[in-house]
Design a protein around this ligand. Sequence first.
Ligand code: XMP
Ligand code: MG
Length: 183
Amino acid sequence: MRAAEVHSDITEVLVTEEQILERLKEIAAQVDADYAGKDLLLVGVLKGAIMVMADFSRALKLVAPIDWMAVSSYGKGTKSSGVVQIRKDLDTDLTGKHVLIVEDIIDSGLTLSWLLENFESRGAESIEVFALLRKPDAAKVEVNCRYVGFDIPNDFVVGYGLDYAERYRNLRDVAVLAPHVYS
Ligand code: XMP
Ligand code: MG
């Protein structure tokens, strides 16, 4: 489904599917070079990262296993609570692994900084972050993010895995949700 098909629910398309796939190719080439010869593990953060993981992992030339973590800090609203809960932990032992966390979006940064701290104690060789989207104006804590797809304005966005109350994840593009949908 393209953004045009739900045009009354959105105010603006920020990043199109084509722009995302183009950018993923560039970042995949960088990651291929940076992790050559290393034991890379991709860790996706459910559920928002499902689309970016699917497209990014297939753009890589490296063979890399994929694991998933489910955390929640949001509930139904549009603001981060900062209280993070593990809903599903990793299946993989991180000892000696080079971990690349794949995230949909860094908003306040609270979720990722919590996750990074949690991962530090698990014996990984290295931990880096790839976020498809980042809202620089919303940052409450500094997160060391090695790969960023797009910096975007401080609006609530949906699509390409990102939801509002579980809806719009299957939108191909990233778009700003119209305030009348959530207010
Ligand atoms: P924080 O604020 O902790 O946010 O960096 C992390 C998680 O919150 C979700 N999030 C969003 N989801 N549109 C969404 O659909 C947004 O604009 C948005 N901002 C944050 C997302 O799951 C992210 O991983
Ligand atoms: Mg997320």
